[in-house]
Design a protein around this ligand. Structure first.
Ligand code: NAD
Length: 477
Protein backbone atom coordinates (compact mmCIF):
# COMPACT_ATOMS: atom_id res chain seq x y z
CA UNK A 1 0.00 0.00 0.00
CA UNK A 2 1.27 3.47 -0.94
CA UNK A 3 0.43 6.72 0.87
CA UNK A 4 0.51 10.42 0.10
CA UNK A 5 3.77 12.09 1.12
CA UNK A 6 2.90 15.30 2.96
CA UNK A 7 5.19 17.21 5.35
CA UNK A 8 7.76 14.39 5.15
CA UNK A 9 5.22 11.82 6.37
CA UNK A 10 3.29 9.03 4.68
CA UNK A 11 -0.38 9.90 5.06
CA UNK A 12 -3.61 8.13 4.06
CA UNK A 13 -6.29 9.85 1.97
CA UNK A 14 -8.89 11.67 4.04
CA UNK A 15 -11.72 9.87 2.22
CA UNK A 16 -10.31 6.42 3.03
CA UNK A 17 -10.35 5.28 -0.62
CA UNK A 18 -7.59 3.78 -2.74
CA UNK A 19 -6.91 3.13 -6.43
CA UNK A 20 -5.26 0.06 -7.96
CA UNK A 21 -1.76 0.12 -9.45
CA UNK A 22 -1.67 -1.88 -12.69
CA UNK A 23 1.38 -3.37 -14.42
CA UNK A 24 0.97 -2.49 -18.14
CA UNK A 25 3.07 -5.51 -19.14
CA UNK A 26 0.40 -7.96 -17.90
CA UNK A 27 -2.58 -5.81 -16.96
CA UNK A 28 -2.52 -7.14 -13.36
CA UNK A 29 -3.03 -5.15 -10.14
CA UNK A 30 0.03 -5.28 -7.87
CA UNK A 31 -0.31 -2.38 -5.42
CA UNK A 32 -2.63 0.39 -4.25
CA UNK A 33 -2.30 4.17 -4.06
CA UNK A 34 -4.37 6.70 -2.12
CA UNK A 35 -7.33 8.25 -3.90
CA UNK A 36 -6.79 11.79 -2.64
CA UNK A 37 -9.36 14.49 -2.01
CA UNK A 38 -9.51 18.27 -2.03
CA UNK A 39 -8.93 18.07 1.74
CA UNK A 40 -5.63 16.25 1.15
CA UNK A 41 -4.55 18.93 -1.32
CA UNK A 42 -5.39 21.55 1.27
CA UNK A 43 -3.26 19.75 3.86
CA UNK A 44 -0.34 19.58 1.42
CA UNK A 45 -0.65 23.27 0.50
CA UNK A 46 -0.65 24.24 4.18
CA UNK A 47 2.45 22.12 4.83
CA UNK A 48 4.15 23.70 1.83
CA UNK A 49 3.23 27.23 2.94
CA UNK A 50 4.64 26.66 6.45
CA UNK A 51 7.84 25.35 4.92
CA UNK A 52 8.13 28.29 2.53
CA UNK A 53 7.61 30.80 5.31
CA UNK A 54 9.79 28.78 7.67
CA UNK A 55 12.84 26.58 7.07
CA UNK A 56 12.90 26.64 3.25
CA UNK A 57 12.62 30.41 3.04
CA UNK A 58 15.48 30.77 5.54
CA UNK A 59 17.94 28.75 3.43
CA UNK A 60 20.21 30.86 1.29
CA UNK A 61 20.74 29.96 -2.36
CA UNK A 62 24.02 28.09 -1.80
CA UNK A 63 22.50 26.01 1.02
CA UNK A 64 19.53 25.16 -1.22
CA UNK A 65 21.95 24.12 -3.93
CA UNK A 66 23.88 21.85 -1.54
CA UNK A 67 20.67 20.14 -0.45
CA UNK A 68 19.61 19.60 -4.05
CA UNK A 69 23.04 18.22 -4.93
CA UNK A 70 22.74 15.78 -2.03
CA UNK A 71 19.40 14.63 -3.46
CA UNK A 72 20.96 14.23 -6.91
CA UNK A 73 23.62 11.98 -5.39
CA UNK A 74 21.03 10.03 -3.40
CA UNK A 75 18.98 9.47 -6.56
CA UNK A 76 22.12 8.26 -8.35
CA UNK A 77 22.81 5.82 -5.47
CA UNK A 78 19.21 4.53 -5.73
CA UNK A 79 19.06 4.68 -9.54
CA UNK A 80 18.55 0.97 -10.06
CA UNK A 81 15.80 0.78 -7.43
CA UNK A 82 14.03 3.79 -8.98
CA UNK A 83 14.41 2.39 -12.48
CA UNK A 84 12.80 -0.90 -11.40
CA UNK A 85 9.88 0.94 -9.78
CA UNK A 86 9.33 3.04 -12.92
CA UNK A 87 9.76 0.04 -15.19
CA UNK A 88 6.91 -1.89 -13.60
CA UNK A 89 4.65 1.11 -13.06
CA UNK A 90 4.96 2.47 -16.62
CA UNK A 91 5.96 -0.61 -18.63
CA UNK A 92 9.33 0.83 -19.61
CA UNK A 93 12.03 -1.36 -21.17
CA UNK A 94 15.05 -1.54 -18.84
CA UNK A 95 17.26 0.79 -20.89
CA UNK A 96 14.57 3.49 -20.88
CA UNK A 97 13.83 3.12 -17.17
CA UNK A 98 17.55 3.44 -16.35
CA UNK A 99 17.89 6.46 -18.64
CA UNK A 100 14.97 8.12 -16.83
CA UNK A 101 16.53 7.56 -13.40
CA UNK A 102 19.83 8.97 -14.67
CA UNK A 103 18.01 12.00 -16.13
CA UNK A 104 16.30 12.65 -12.79
CA UNK A 105 19.67 12.70 -11.01
CA UNK A 106 21.02 14.99 -13.73
CA UNK A 107 18.10 17.44 -13.38
CA UNK A 108 18.80 17.84 -9.67
CA UNK A 109 22.53 18.18 -10.37
CA UNK A 110 21.93 20.87 -12.99
CA UNK A 111 19.44 22.83 -10.89
CA UNK A 112 21.53 22.43 -7.72
CA UNK A 113 24.35 24.24 -9.52
CA UNK A 114 21.96 26.92 -10.79
CA UNK A 115 20.57 27.97 -7.37
CA UNK A 116 23.20 30.60 -6.62
CA UNK A 117 23.62 31.79 -10.22
CA UNK A 118 20.12 33.20 -10.60
CA UNK A 119 20.15 36.95 -10.10
CA UNK A 120 18.54 40.21 -11.14
CA UNK A 121 19.94 43.29 -12.90
CA UNK A 122 20.75 46.91 -12.32
CA UNK A 123 19.10 49.26 -14.83
CA UNK A 124 20.37 52.69 -15.96
CA UNK A 125 17.64 55.25 -15.17
CA UNK A 126 17.26 58.92 -14.28
CA UNK A 127 20.00 60.95 -12.59
CA UNK A 128 20.01 60.39 -8.86
CA UNK A 129 18.33 56.96 -9.09
CA UNK A 130 19.50 53.40 -8.75
CA UNK A 131 17.22 50.68 -10.07
CA UNK A 132 17.61 47.00 -9.45
CA UNK A 133 15.55 43.88 -10.09
CA UNK A 134 15.11 40.89 -7.79
CA UNK A 135 13.99 37.46 -8.88
CA UNK A 136 11.68 36.20 -6.15
CA UNK A 137 10.13 32.74 -5.92
CA UNK A 138 6.36 32.46 -6.48
CA UNK A 139 5.97 30.57 -3.20
CA UNK A 140 3.92 27.35 -3.28
CA UNK A 141 4.04 25.82 -6.77
CA UNK A 142 1.70 23.09 -8.03
CA UNK A 143 2.86 20.42 -10.46
CA UNK A 144 0.52 18.13 -12.38
CA UNK A 145 2.69 15.36 -13.82
CA UNK A 146 1.70 12.82 -16.51
CA UNK A 147 2.44 9.09 -16.68
CA UNK A 148 4.81 8.91 -19.64
CA UNK A 149 8.00 10.14 -17.91
CA UNK A 150 7.15 10.66 -14.22
CA UNK A 151 10.75 10.89 -13.01
CA UNK A 152 12.00 13.06 -15.86
CA UNK A 153 9.09 15.48 -15.70
CA UNK A 154 9.32 15.68 -11.90
CA UNK A 155 13.05 16.47 -12.28
CA UNK A 156 12.45 19.23 -14.76
CA UNK A 157 9.55 21.01 -13.02
CA UNK A 158 10.24 20.34 -9.33
CA UNK A 159 14.01 20.73 -9.83
CA UNK A 160 13.53 24.16 -11.43
CA UNK A 161 10.91 25.30 -8.94
CA UNK A 162 13.03 24.36 -5.88
CA UNK A 163 16.16 25.93 -7.35
CA UNK A 164 14.30 29.22 -7.72
CA UNK A 165 13.33 29.05 -4.04
CA UNK A 166 9.78 27.66 -4.30
CA UNK A 167 8.20 24.73 -2.48
CA UNK A 168 6.15 22.09 -4.29
CA UNK A 169 2.85 20.22 -4.20
CA UNK A 170 2.93 17.48 -6.81
CA UNK A 171 -0.02 15.58 -8.30
CA UNK A 172 1.39 12.64 -10.25
CA UNK A 173 -0.75 10.71 -12.71
CA UNK A 174 -3.04 8.06 -11.20
CA UNK A 175 -1.41 5.69 -13.72
CA UNK A 176 2.18 6.17 -12.52
CA UNK A 177 3.21 7.69 -9.22
CA UNK A 178 5.27 5.13 -7.31
CA UNK A 179 8.71 6.46 -8.28
CA UNK A 180 7.82 9.99 -7.18
CA UNK A 181 6.62 8.82 -3.77
CA UNK A 182 10.01 7.13 -3.34
CA UNK A 183 11.95 10.22 -4.52
CA UNK A 184 10.08 12.40 -2.03
CA UNK A 185 11.12 10.01 0.75
CA UNK A 186 14.74 10.17 -0.46
CA UNK A 187 14.53 13.97 -0.32
CA UNK A 188 13.35 13.79 3.30
CA UNK A 189 16.24 11.40 4.06
CA UNK A 190 18.64 14.01 2.61
CA UNK A 191 17.36 16.70 4.97
CA UNK A 192 14.75 18.52 2.89
CA UNK A 193 12.54 20.25 5.46
CA UNK A 194 8.99 18.97 5.95
CA UNK A 195 6.66 20.52 3.35
CA UNK A 196 9.29 21.33 0.69
CA UNK A 197 8.14 18.44 -1.54
CA UNK A 198 4.63 17.03 -1.08
CA UNK A 199 3.01 14.33 -3.21
CA UNK A 200 -0.75 13.82 -3.33
CA UNK A 201 -2.01 10.94 -5.47
CA UNK A 202 -5.42 10.36 -7.02
CA UNK A 203 -7.60 11.17 -9.99
CA UNK A 204 -6.99 14.24 -12.13
CA UNK A 205 -10.60 15.42 -11.98
CA UNK A 206 -10.49 15.17 -8.19
CA UNK A 207 -7.07 16.08 -6.78
CA UNK A 208 -5.68 17.63 -9.98
CA UNK A 209 -8.70 19.90 -10.21
CA UNK A 210 -8.50 20.75 -6.48
CA UNK A 211 -4.84 21.69 -6.93
CA UNK A 212 -5.57 23.91 -9.94
CA UNK A 213 -8.32 25.73 -8.00
CA UNK A 214 -6.56 26.06 -4.64
CA UNK A 215 -6.10 29.70 -3.66
CA UNK A 216 -2.83 28.85 -1.89
CA UNK A 217 -1.09 27.67 -5.08
CA UNK A 218 0.97 30.52 -6.56
CA UNK A 219 2.10 28.92 -9.83
CA UNK A 220 1.12 25.75 -11.73
CA UNK A 221 3.14 23.68 -14.15
CA UNK A 222 1.25 21.10 -16.17
CA UNK A 223 2.32 18.50 -18.71
CA UNK A 224 -0.34 16.42 -20.44
CA UNK A 225 -3.21 16.64 -22.90
CA UNK A 226 -4.43 19.90 -24.48
CA UNK A 227 -7.92 19.16 -23.07
CA UNK A 228 -6.73 19.12 -19.45
CA UNK A 229 -4.30 21.98 -20.10
CA UNK A 230 -7.28 24.14 -21.03
CA UNK A 231 -9.16 23.12 -17.85
CA UNK A 232 -6.14 23.94 -15.69
CA UNK A 233 -5.60 27.28 -17.34
CA UNK A 234 -9.29 28.16 -16.92
CA UNK A 235 -9.21 27.24 -13.22
CA UNK A 236 -6.00 29.21 -12.71
CA UNK A 237 -7.40 32.22 -14.60
CA UNK A 238 -10.15 32.59 -11.97
CA UNK A 239 -7.50 33.83 -9.56
CA UNK A 240 -4.86 35.01 -12.08
CA UNK A 241 -2.41 32.28 -11.15
CA UNK A 242 0.49 31.93 -13.63
CA UNK A 243 0.65 28.65 -15.54
CA UNK A 244 3.27 26.81 -17.59
CA UNK A 245 1.73 24.34 -20.03
CA UNK A 246 3.47 21.58 -22.00
CA UNK A 247 0.81 19.90 -24.13
CA UNK A 248 2.62 17.63 -26.54
CA UNK A 249 2.95 17.88 -30.30
CA UNK A 250 2.87 16.37 -33.75
CA UNK A 251 6.55 16.84 -34.35
CA UNK A 252 7.90 16.39 -37.88
CA UNK A 253 11.16 14.88 -39.01
CA UNK A 254 12.02 16.53 -42.34
CA UNK A 255 14.33 14.64 -44.70
CA UNK A 256 15.77 16.52 -47.70
CA UNK A 257 17.28 14.64 -50.64
CA UNK A 258 20.83 15.52 -49.53
CA UNK A 259 20.30 14.08 -46.01
CA UNK A 260 22.71 11.52 -44.57
CA UNK A 261 20.18 8.70 -44.44
CA UNK A 262 22.50 6.33 -42.57
CA UNK A 263 22.54 8.81 -39.72
CA UNK A 264 18.93 9.95 -40.05
CA UNK A 265 16.91 6.74 -40.34
CA UNK A 266 17.87 5.08 -37.03
CA UNK A 267 16.98 8.34 -35.29
CA UNK A 268 13.70 8.62 -37.18
CA UNK A 269 12.77 5.13 -35.93
CA UNK A 270 13.90 5.78 -32.38
CA UNK A 271 12.06 9.10 -32.17
CA UNK A 272 8.71 7.38 -32.72
CA UNK A 273 9.23 4.09 -30.85
CA UNK A 274 10.99 5.47 -27.75
CA UNK A 275 8.69 4.89 -24.76
CA UNK A 276 6.22 3.18 -27.16
CA UNK A 277 5.58 6.54 -28.85
CA UNK A 278 4.23 7.99 -25.60
CA UNK A 279 6.56 10.97 -25.72
CA UNK A 280 5.43 14.58 -26.05
CA UNK A 281 8.26 15.25 -28.46
CA UNK A 282 7.88 11.98 -30.42
CA UNK A 283 8.82 12.42 -34.09
CA UNK A 284 5.36 11.29 -35.20
CA UNK A 285 5.33 12.84 -38.69
CA UNK A 286 7.86 12.05 -41.40
CA UNK A 287 8.20 14.55 -44.26
CA UNK A 288 10.43 13.27 -47.08
CA UNK A 289 11.47 15.00 -50.31
CA UNK A 290 9.81 13.32 -53.32
CA UNK A 291 13.05 12.17 -54.99
CA UNK A 292 14.03 9.95 -52.00
CA UNK A 293 10.53 9.10 -50.68
CA UNK A 294 10.33 5.51 -52.00
CA UNK A 295 13.90 4.73 -50.99
CA UNK A 296 13.31 6.03 -47.46
CA UNK A 297 10.05 4.10 -47.06
CA UNK A 298 11.72 0.91 -48.25
CA UNK A 299 14.54 1.24 -45.73
CA UNK A 300 12.16 2.18 -42.91
CA UNK A 301 9.87 -0.70 -43.80
CA UNK A 302 12.74 -3.13 -43.12
CA UNK A 303 13.64 -1.35 -39.88
CA UNK A 304 10.02 -1.35 -38.61
CA UNK A 305 9.48 -5.03 -39.37
CA UNK A 306 12.53 -5.88 -37.22
CA UNK A 307 11.21 -4.03 -34.15
CA UNK A 308 10.13 -6.27 -31.29
CA UNK A 309 7.52 -5.44 -28.67
CA UNK A 310 7.07 -7.18 -25.32
CA UNK A 311 7.08 -7.05 -21.52
CA UNK A 312 9.20 -4.28 -20.00
CA UNK A 313 11.63 -6.65 -18.32
CA UNK A 314 12.58 -8.29 -21.63
CA UNK A 315 14.09 -4.89 -22.57
CA UNK A 316 13.05 -5.08 -26.23
CA UNK A 317 12.70 -2.14 -28.64
CA UNK A 318 9.20 -1.31 -27.40
CA UNK A 319 7.27 -2.01 -24.20
CA UNK A 320 3.51 -1.89 -23.58
CA UNK A 321 1.33 1.22 -23.65
CA UNK A 322 0.36 2.60 -20.27
CA UNK A 323 -3.21 1.32 -19.99
CA UNK A 324 -6.09 -0.31 -21.87
CA UNK A 325 -7.74 3.01 -22.81
CA UNK A 326 -4.50 4.29 -24.36
CA UNK A 327 -4.26 1.07 -26.39
CA UNK A 328 -7.87 1.57 -27.51
CA UNK A 329 -7.05 5.16 -28.48
CA UNK A 330 -4.24 3.94 -30.77
CA UNK A 331 -6.50 1.25 -32.25
CA UNK A 332 -9.13 3.92 -33.00
CA UNK A 333 -6.57 5.99 -34.91
CA UNK A 334 -5.49 2.95 -36.91
CA UNK A 335 -9.12 2.03 -37.66
CA UNK A 336 -9.68 5.58 -38.97
CA UNK A 337 -6.59 5.21 -41.17
CA UNK A 338 -8.01 2.03 -42.64
CA UNK A 339 -11.38 3.67 -43.35
CA UNK A 340 -9.56 6.54 -45.10
CA UNK A 341 -7.60 4.05 -47.25
CA UNK A 342 -4.25 5.05 -45.75
CA UNK A 343 -1.70 2.40 -46.58
CA UNK A 344 0.26 0.59 -43.88
CA UNK A 345 3.86 0.05 -45.02
CA UNK A 346 5.16 -2.10 -42.17
CA UNK A 347 4.60 -3.19 -38.58
CA UNK A 348 6.87 -4.57 -35.87
CA UNK A 349 6.29 -7.85 -34.04
CA UNK A 350 4.72 -8.48 -30.63
CA UNK A 351 6.72 -11.37 -29.15
CA UNK A 352 5.08 -14.62 -27.98
CA UNK A 353 6.11 -13.98 -24.37
CA UNK A 354 3.84 -10.89 -24.23
CA UNK A 355 0.77 -11.76 -22.09
CA UNK A 356 -2.58 -11.21 -23.85
CA UNK A 357 -3.63 -9.10 -20.86
CA UNK A 358 -0.81 -6.55 -21.47
CA UNK A 359 -1.36 -3.35 -23.47
CA UNK A 360 0.80 -3.93 -26.54
CA UNK A 361 0.87 -2.17 -29.88
CA UNK A 362 3.21 -3.01 -32.75
CA UNK A 363 5.05 0.02 -34.22
CA UNK A 364 3.29 0.99 -37.42
CA UNK A 365 4.49 2.94 -40.47
CA UNK A 366 1.80 4.63 -42.61
CA UNK A 367 2.41 6.31 -45.97
CA UNK A 368 0.85 9.19 -47.95
CA UNK A 369 -1.10 10.38 -44.93
CA UNK A 370 -3.16 13.39 -46.06
CA UNK A 371 -2.06 16.53 -44.27
CA UNK A 372 -5.56 17.21 -42.94
CA UNK A 373 -6.22 13.65 -41.68
CA UNK A 374 -6.31 13.31 -37.88
CA UNK A 375 -3.26 10.99 -38.13
CA UNK A 376 -1.32 14.00 -39.41
CA UNK A 377 -2.95 16.48 -37.05
CA UNK A 378 -3.51 14.88 -33.62
CA UNK A 379 -1.20 13.32 -31.08
CA UNK A 380 -1.64 9.52 -31.21
CA UNK A 381 0.71 8.87 -28.29
CA UNK A 382 1.57 5.43 -29.60
CA UNK A 383 4.27 4.06 -31.95
CA UNK A 384 2.61 5.21 -35.19
CA UNK A 385 4.60 7.14 -37.80
CA UNK A 386 2.71 9.12 -40.48
CA UNK A 387 4.80 9.64 -43.64
CA UNK A 388 4.15 12.07 -46.49
CA UNK A 389 6.24 13.59 -49.28
CA UNK A 390 7.11 17.19 -50.14
CA UNK A 391 8.35 18.92 -53.31
CA UNK A 392 10.72 21.64 -52.11
CA UNK A 393 11.72 23.78 -49.16
CA UNK A 394 8.59 25.95 -49.23
CA UNK A 395 6.36 22.90 -49.34
CA UNK A 396 8.30 21.31 -46.45
CA UNK A 397 7.79 24.45 -44.32
CA UNK A 398 4.10 24.55 -45.21
CA UNK A 399 3.59 20.91 -44.13
CA UNK A 400 5.74 21.27 -41.01
CA UNK A 401 3.61 24.23 -39.83
CA UNK A 402 0.28 22.66 -40.84
CA UNK A 403 -0.80 21.40 -37.40
CA UNK A 404 -2.00 23.30 -34.31
CA UNK A 405 1.17 22.15 -32.50
CA UNK A 406 4.78 23.34 -32.51
CA UNK A 407 6.98 21.51 -30.03
CA UNK A 408 10.02 19.94 -31.77
CA UNK A 409 11.23 19.58 -35.38
CA UNK A 410 14.06 17.55 -36.90
CA UNK A 411 15.66 18.82 -40.12
CA UNK A 412 18.01 16.54 -42.05
CA UNK A 413 20.08 18.25 -44.78
CA UNK A 414 23.76 18.92 -45.52
CA UNK A 415 22.99 22.38 -46.95
CA UNK A 416 24.04 24.95 -44.34
CA UNK A 417 21.86 27.75 -45.71
CA UNK A 418 18.82 25.51 -45.77
CA UNK A 419 19.50 24.37 -42.20
CA UNK A 420 19.22 27.94 -40.95
CA UNK A 421 16.32 28.92 -43.21
CA UNK A 422 14.33 25.92 -42.01
CA UNK A 423 15.19 26.63 -38.37
CA UNK A 424 13.87 30.17 -38.80
CA UNK A 425 10.70 29.32 -40.72
CA UNK A 426 9.40 26.31 -38.77
CA UNK A 427 7.31 27.26 -35.76
CA UNK A 428 8.49 24.95 -32.98
CA UNK A 429 10.14 25.41 -29.59
CA UNK A 430 13.12 23.19 -30.44
CA UNK A 431 14.72 22.58 -33.84
CA UNK A 432 17.24 19.77 -34.19
CA UNK A 433 19.45 19.81 -37.28
CA UNK A 434 20.95 16.49 -38.33
CA UNK A 435 19.99 15.01 -34.96
CA UNK A 436 16.85 14.58 -32.92
CA UNK A 437 16.77 14.84 -29.18
CA UNK A 438 13.21 14.11 -28.01
CA UNK A 439 13.47 17.21 -25.85
CA UNK A 440 17.26 17.12 -25.70
CA UNK A 441 19.38 17.23 -22.56
CA UNK A 442 18.35 18.90 -19.33
CA UNK A 443 20.26 22.05 -20.36
CA UNK A 444 18.08 22.86 -23.38
CA UNK A 445 15.04 25.11 -22.93
CA UNK A 446 11.93 23.22 -23.97
CA UNK A 447 8.35 24.20 -24.66
CA UNK A 448 5.80 24.87 -27.32
CA UNK A 449 4.37 27.26 -29.83
CA UNK A 450 0.56 27.53 -30.06
CA UNK A 451 -1.33 24.39 -28.89
CA UNK A 452 1.89 22.76 -27.67
CA UNK A 453 1.66 25.14 -24.71
CA UNK A 454 3.49 28.13 -23.36
CA UNK A 455 6.32 28.88 -21.00
CA UNK A 456 9.68 27.14 -21.07
CA UNK A 457 10.95 24.30 -18.94
CA UNK A 458 14.44 22.81 -18.71
CA UNK A 459 17.72 24.65 -18.85
CA UNK A 460 18.41 27.92 -17.07
CA UNK A 461 15.51 29.56 -18.91
CA UNK A 462 12.99 27.59 -16.83
CA UNK A 463 14.15 29.39 -13.70
CA UNK A 464 12.78 32.69 -15.00
CA UNK A 465 9.30 31.14 -15.19
CA UNK A 466 9.59 29.91 -11.62
CA UNK A 467 10.31 33.44 -10.36
CA UNK A 468 8.56 36.80 -10.25
CA UNK A 469 10.61 39.86 -11.13
CA UNK A 470 10.43 42.75 -8.70
CA UNK A 471 11.76 46.18 -9.72
CA UNK A 472 13.15 48.40 -6.95
CA UNK A 473 13.70 52.10 -7.86
CA UNK A 474 15.67 54.13 -5.30
CA UNK A 475 15.92 57.93 -5.51
CA UNK A 476 19.05 58.88 -3.59
CA UNK A 477 19.95 62.18 -5.24
P1 NAD B 1 -4.22 13.87 -19.06
O1 NAD B 1 -3.94 15.21 -19.61
O2 NAD B 1 -5.62 13.51 -18.67
O3 NAD B 1 -3.33 13.58 -17.76
C1 NAD B 1 -2.17 14.29 -17.41
C2 NAD B 1 -2.24 14.67 -15.93
O4 NAD B 1 -3.35 15.55 -15.73
C3 NAD B 1 -2.47 13.48 -14.98
O5 NAD B 1 -1.72 13.69 -13.79
C4 NAD B 1 -3.96 13.58 -14.69
O6 NAD B 1 -4.31 13.00 -13.45
C5 NAD B 1 -4.16 15.07 -14.65
N1 NAD B 1 -5.54 15.51 -14.86
C6 NAD B 1 -6.52 14.89 -15.57
N2 NAD B 1 -7.67 15.59 -15.52
C7 NAD B 1 -7.42 16.69 -14.76
C8 NAD B 1 -8.21 17.81 -14.34
N3 NAD B 1 -9.50 17.93 -14.69
N4 NAD B 1 -7.62 18.76 -13.58
C9 NAD B 1 -6.32 18.66 -13.23
N5 NAD B 1 -5.54 17.61 -13.58
C10 NAD B 1 -6.07 16.64 -14.34
O7 NAD B 1 -3.67 12.84 -20.11
P2 NAD B 1 -4.19 11.33 -20.34
O8 NAD B 1 -5.68 11.24 -20.36
O9 NAD B 1 -3.48 10.50 -19.37
O10 NAD B 1 -3.68 11.06 -21.81
C11 NAD B 1 -4.48 11.48 -22.91
C12 NAD B 1 -3.63 12.06 -24.00
O11 NAD B 1 -2.91 13.21 -23.51
C13 NAD B 1 -2.53 11.14 -24.51
O12 NAD B 1 -3.00 10.24 -25.43
C14 NAD B 1 -1.56 12.13 -25.08
O13 NAD B 1 -1.93 12.49 -26.38
C15 NAD B 1 -1.68 13.33 -24.17
N6 NAD B 1 -0.58 13.34 -23.16
C16 NAD B 1 0.48 14.14 -23.41
C17 NAD B 1 1.53 14.14 -22.51
C18 NAD B 1 2.74 14.98 -22.77
O14 NAD B 1 3.82 14.66 -22.30
N7 NAD B 1 2.60 16.11 -23.44
C19 NAD B 1 1.52 13.34 -21.38
C20 NAD B 1 0.40 12.55 -21.13
C21 NAD B 1 -0.64 12.57 -22.04
Amino acid sequence: MQYHFIANQSQPASGGHTLPVIDPSDGQVYDEIQRGTAEDIDRAVQAARSCFEGPWGKLNAAERGRLMMRLSQKIAEHAEELALIEQRDCGKPTKQARADAAALARYFEFYAGACDKLHGDTIPYLDGYSVLTWREPHGVTGHVVPWNYPMQIFGRCVGGALAAGNVCVVKPSEDACLSLLRVAQLAADCGFPAGAINIVTGYGHEVGDALARHAGIDHISFTGSPRVGTLIEQAAAERHCPVTLELGGKSPQILFEDADLDAALPMVVNAIVQNAGQTCSAGSRLLVQESIYEQVLERLSKAFSLLRVGPATLDLDVGPLIRASQQQRVWDFLADAQVAGIQMVAQGQIVDEAPDTGFYQAPTLLRDVPVDHRLAQEEVFGPVLAAMSFRDEDHAVQLANATPFGLVTGVWTRDGGRQLRMARRVRAGQIFINNYGAGGGVELPFGGYRSSGHGREKGFEALYGFTILKTVAIRHG
